[in-house]
Design a protein around this ligand. Structure first.
Ligand code: SF4
Length: 458
C-alpha cells in the first residue's frame, strides 16, 4: 500500500466519524440542492442541452490541436502572448520570469484550480512575492493556511461562525460579525491589494478558439478586478478548457451556473481578448495566456478516459457523491476531489499513487446522473480500476485472495461445501483487510442447490 493511500484511509476514517463536519457539509450541500431546480427551470430540454454541451466538448477535444492553434493566432493578433507549458515546472518558470521582468512584489489572483494544481502560491512565497487570493472563499482558506475544500466553493466546510472566529484571530475583529460585515472587512483589505499589485493572475473557465479570448465566470467581481487593475495579466488554463466558438457560451454559461451554484447565470461573466489596445482607456498593458498540459495529453491519448477532459468544473458531482459528503474534500489529498478528481488524478499524478481513489466509490452512479456534460464518471472509475490491475498495481495478497475467490465461485462442489455459518467465519477471516472498512460478507445459510431443490422438488 502506498503512503498516499494510507494517508487517504487515515484521513477518511477520521472525517467520516466527524459529525460536526458532516452537519456543515450537509447544510451547505442542502442549500445548493434547494436552488439547483431554479437554475434548471430555464432549460426547456435539459437533457438535450447537456448532450449538446457534451458534443461540443467532444468536437473541441477531437480537434484540440487546431482549436488551440486558432486561439493562439487570434489572441496574438491582438497583442496577447501565448505560452505553452508542458508541466507545472515550465508554467512556474514562465510566471516567475514575467514577475521578475515586471518587478512584481505583490500579485492578486482570482480563484483558479490550475494554480492550485501547480502550487503557485507556495512557489511565489519562496520567491518573495506576496500572492493574495481575492475570491472570498479562497481568501478565507488562504488566511487559514488550507487548500480549497471544493472546486467551486473553497470554504464549504466552514460555518459563518468559523469564519468570524478566523477573522477575529487574524484581524482582531469582533468574533460575532455577520457574514455581511465579514465580507466588508475582506473587501476593505483586498481593495488595497488590487491597487498595489503589479501582476494579476486568473484562471479561465473557457478558452474561446474562434475569437482568441478567454471567458471567466465569477460571482464577486474579483476576477475582473484582478485582470483589469494590474498592468500585467497572466491567465493560466488547462488545454482542455477550449470551446470552438463564442456562440457556445450561450449554452455553457447557463449550464455552468446552474450546475455550479443553481443560478440561471453567474453575476459576472467576462471575456478577455488581449492587452489594452491603442484606442482603449483601461485594461492591462501586457497579457499572457499560459496553456498548461501537465499530463492532460496522457488522458487525451487514452480513448476511454478522454471524455473526462470535457469537465467544466461545475462541482455538481462532488455535491452528489456519498463518499465526498462523508470524507470531505481534504481527505483526498489532491487538487481535484470528488468523483472527477478520482477519475483524473491517477492520470495526472500517477496511477500507482492515486489508484485507491477509484476504489473509494460505491459506484452508485449519482455523479454520472448529475454531471452537467454527461461524463460517464462511474464507468471511468471502473476503467481506472481495470487499468490499475492491468498495470500490476495490486498486492500479492489481494491477487491471491481474488484467485481463491474466483476458483471457489466457479466450483459448484466448493460452493456446496459446508453451511453458511462456516463459510462466513472462513471468508471473513481470510478477507480481514476487506472487513476493516466494510461490513462483513454474509453467505446464505443454505446453498443455492439446497434452495433450488426445496423450491422445485418440494
Ligand atoms: S465531472 Fe461533470 S459534474 Fe463533475 S465537475 Fe466536471 S462537469 Fe461538473
Amino acid at each position: 500500500m502506498t503512503d498516499t493511500s494510507e494517508t487517504f484511509k487515515a484521513k477518511s476514517t477520521i472525517k467520516s466519524a466527524d459529525l460536526e463536519h458532516r452537519h456543515k457539509i450537509n447544510f451547505n450541500i442542502g442549500r445548493y440542492n434547494a436552488v439547483v431546480p431554479h437554475g434548471k427551470s430555464q432549460f426547456t430540454d435539459l437533457t438535450l442541452a447537456r448532450e449538446r454541451a457534451k458534443n461540443i466538448k467532444w468536437r473541441a477535444l477531437e480537434t484540440l490541436d487546431q482549436q488551440l492553434e486558432q486561439f493562439e493566432m487570434k489572441f496574438t493578433r491582438k497583442g496577447g502572448k501565448v505560452i505553452w507549458a508542458k508541466n507545472a515546472k515550465e508554467a512556474l518558470d514562465h510566471i516567475i520570469s514575467i514577475c521578475k521582468e515586471k518587478n512584481c512584489k505583490t500579485l492578486v489572483k482570482s480563484k483558479s484550480m490550475v494554480t492550485e494544481e501547480i502550487h503557485l502560491n507556495d512557489f511565489l512565497k519562496k520567491n518573495n512575492i506576496e500572492s493574495i487570493e481575492t475570491d472570498l472563499g479562497e481568501y478565507i482558506q488562504q488566511l487559514d493556511g488550507e487548500p480549497p475544500y471544493h472546486i467551486v466553493t473553497p470554504a464549504m466546510h466552514k460555518s459563518k461562525e468559523d469564519v468570524a472566529k478566523l477573522f477575529a484571530e487574524k484581524f482582531g475583529t469582533d468574533p460575532k460579525l455577520t457574514p455581511e460585515e465579514l465580507t466588508l472587512v475582506a473587501r476593505h483589505k483586498l481593495r488595497e491589494k488590487y491597487a498595489g499589485a503589479e501582476v494579476g493572475i486568473t484562471g479561465a473557465n473557457f478558452i474561446i478558439s474562434d475569437i482568441g479570448a478567454v471567458a471567466i465566470t465569477e460571482n464577486e467581481g474579483n476576477a475582473r478586478l484582478s485582470c483589469a487593475w494590474p498592468k500585467t495579466h497572466i491567465v493560466i488554463a488547462g488545454i482542455e478548457k477550449v470551446i470552438p466558438s463564442i456562440t457556445d457560451l450561450a449554452l455553457f454559461w447557463p449550464l455552468l451556473s446552474t450546475y455550479g451554484t443553481g443560478q440561471k447565470i453567474t453575476s459576472y461573466n467576462t471575456i478577455v481578448s488581449g492587452s489594452r489596445q491603442t484606442n482603449e482607456t483601461d485594461g492591462p498593458e501586457d497579457m499572457y495566456v499560459i496553456l498548461l498540459d501537465n499530463n492532460r495529453t496522457t488522458i487525451l491519448a487514452n480513448p476511454k478516459q478522454r471524455e473526462s477532459l470535457y469537465c467544466i468544473r461545475c462541482g455538481a458531482c462532488l455535491n452528489a457523491c456519498p463518499v465526498y459528503k462523508n470524507i470531505g474534500g481534504h481527505a483526498y489529498g489532491t487538487t481535484y476531489s470528488g468523483p472527477i478528481g478520482s477519475v483524473i488524478t491517477p492520470h495526472l499524478q500517477g496511477m500507482e499513487d492515486f489508484k485507491h481513489l477509484s476504489f473509494a466509490s460505491s459506484l452508485c452512479g449519482n455523479c454520472t446522473e448529475v454531471c452537467a456534460v454527461k461524463i460517464n464518471l462511474h464507468e471511468l472509475l471502473l476503467e481506472n480500476r481495470s487499468e490499475a490491475v492491468n498495470s500490476g498495481y495490486v498486492s500479492f495478497g489481494e491477487k491471491t485472495a481474488w484467485k481463491i475467490w474466483k476458483r471457489a465461485s466457479l466450483s459448484r462442489s466448493m460452493m456446496n461445501m459446508s453451511n453458511g455459518n462456516i463459510k462466513n467465519r472462513l471468508v471473513n477471516n481470510i478477507f480481514k483487510g476487506w472487513k476493516k472498512h466494510r461490513g462483513e460478507l454474509h453467505f446464505s445459510k443454505k446453498t443455492f442447490n439446497e434452495l433450488w431443490r426445496e423450491r422445485f422438488n418440494g
